[in-house]
Write a protein that binds this ligand. Sequence first.
Ligand code: ASP
Length: 428
Amino acid sequence: MSLTNRILVAMVAGILLGSLFNIMLGSAALGDSYRMVVSDWLVNGVFDVIGRIFIASLKLLVVPLVLVSLICGSSALGDSARMGPIALKTIAFYLATTGLAITVALLAAVAIGPGSGVELAGEADFVVAPAPPLADVLVGIVPSNPIQAMAEGNMLQIIVFALLFGYAISHAGESGRRIASFFSDTEAVIMKMVLILMTLAPYGVFALLAKLFAEMGIGAIMDLAAYFFTVLAVLIFHGLVNYSLLLKVLAGVSPRMMLNKMRPVWAFAFSTASSGATLPVTMRTVEHRLGVHNSVAGFTVPLGATINMDGTAIMQGVATVFIAQVYGVELSFAAYLTVILTATLASVGTAGVPGVGLITLALVLEQAGLPVEGVALIIGVDRLLDMVRTMVNVTGDATAAVIVGRSENQLDEAVFNDPRADLESNRE
Ligand code: ASP
């Protein structure tokens, strides 16, 4: 079986087994000794350990991969004056698609009205963390100590350092060329590490999903069905229809080919609910399977995993309308515009780790004049939506890489159109 299929089988098996455990643990008929085996030994024992090792092994690659790949990319571009346009196009694409995502989400939520008829059940409770001042955010992008930035995994600071380093390499003559070849060899080695870890993914994905579904209160979905399915529908629409149209119109490439090659990335995104942890797999797929040169992919993908969260913005759009409806607040046209603007910015500020979208939602609610405690209403179903919105988030990053790559002549269409490209990662 190909690796992609093995990962997909592991996903389904993990979901099924986890759901079975969930039913068993919820049943009073389960004896104490069986309960201990299922809950303590399997779910919180073996599955928990394998799942955590899997996530840690993905995360361990993120900093070296982003640093090295971006240094390679920017050193290749350094003297061609293309760095600025690539950065501008990428950022403009990210902001525009996030704006589009949230607009669709608001329209759908207003049309469907997921919150009408929902009763407020008791006092909701949610405490908001204060947002840092904008000046600090801006200053914080430039690292005062690159080693510290790497130790803390501060992605934007690493990006700034790597861009500068790569640019300097391209202007440092013979010494620069020697260093550049060192980094390009290192990149090949790290990409190999990604591949080795990907072959272990079926076990990791299985363990993560079995544990998650064993613990997830699926029942909460029924109480919030209208909200849950509205978010889900918009996520699917944006992920499949909007990105496909953009790929077709702006890059003239086959969306079907792209979506097909994204399947393993989706499995990682779904099971980890983290664009950050999925980043090594997204990078490998974008460069080796979709054929985007690392001068573009090395910048676009890590930046996207940090600031581009269309799926998160969609959840925030629907959640805002939902909460307004539950609290009986009428949103004005200006309030909708505020939501579009703040949700776009909030998604920039959302880190690519599980559940942060819910925290930045508080910011959006505050700006729209809604009670922030409303966040508590939707916490119950957020994990599952987080898994799906992370899939959309990483698809947005890969789509941007293909479109910007194509516009910069940095897309190898032969690789893109070859269903068996990067055979190694898809070995029979
Ligand atoms: N889990 C999301 C991601 O990593 C962020 C969020 O919406 O919470 O992309």
